[in-house]
Design a protein. Structure first.
Length: 237
């Protein structure tokens, strides 16, 4: 079941015509402003929005909200309808386990990336605490490698796909400071590979790691540039 936060992110994305959830390319030109945030050129993400005048210098700690994870619309139904036998279908319990594993892995990797970048992970707001809100939406797994009664092997060019939404706020005031969105084909290859639960986990962890590193490094860069203007450059005095 898709959570309220994931639904909200999906509604925002679709309503703003920023990203085509079902298709890899951007559906249309992203709007220049979004919730008072200004679109800037992103180095590592498809779309990046920042608040003009934002000052990130005070933030030395990060408080991370629970990550919201949601499958691509109709993914479970479509996957089950394409299987050859009933034993290959994914149950609701299996689907929830996939989502929980993705959530746990994502949060662990992000916390490790921020800690490695020199930020302390905390659980309470404070004047030096940045609140990080994340969602992994439109998640699909090409070959979930479910246990079946007989032998079966699954092959695919990709392990799956996912879109990440990262939002940062001041932990005390709740003021939104930035938002970034990025979509990736997970474990993309030019030829078919056998997919297993082990290879899927490795491919998704690699994608989560690249998002985590981009997010943590991005904060460090913003601290060096702060306060920033509408182009994410040092604000001229």
């Amino acid at each position: 079941m898709v959570t309220d936060m994931a639904n909200r992110f999906k509604t925002i994305l679709c309503g703003a015509a920023m990203i085509s959830i079902a298709m890899p390319p951007l559906a249309a030109k992203a709007p220049d402003t979004w919730d008072s945030l200004h679109r800037v050129k992103g180095k590592r993400m498809d779309e990046v929005y920042l608040l003009p005048g934002a000052d990130f210098r005070a933030y030395t700690k990060v408080m991370m909200d629970p990550t919201e994870v949601a499958f691509q619309k109709n993914w479970l139904r479509d996957y089950n309808s394409s299987t050859m036998t009933l034993s290959q279908r994914i149950s609701d319990k299996d689907a929830q386990e996939i989502l929980q594993n993705a959530k746990t892995g994502f949060e662990s990797i992000f916390a490790k990336a921020y800690t490695g970048a020199g930020y302390q992970m905390v659980t309470e707001p404070g004047p030096d605490v940045l609140r990080l809100r994340t969602a992994v939406i439109n998640l699909s797994v090409s070959a979930p490698d479910m246990m079946t009664a007989g032998r079966s092997r699954t092959y695919s060019r990709e392990a799956g796909e996912a879109t990440v939404v990262i939002e940062v706020r001041d932990s005390v005031t709740g003021a939104i400071l930035g938002r970034a969105i990025d979509r990736q084909d997970i474990g993309d290859n030019s030829f078919m590979l056998r997919r297993t639960s082990v290879s899927n986990r490795a491919d998704f962890e690699q994608a989560f790691g690249s998002w985590a590193k981009a997010s943590a490094n991005g904060l460090t860069e913003l601290k060096a540039l702060s306060p920033i203007d509408a182009e994410a450059q040092p604000l001229k005095k």
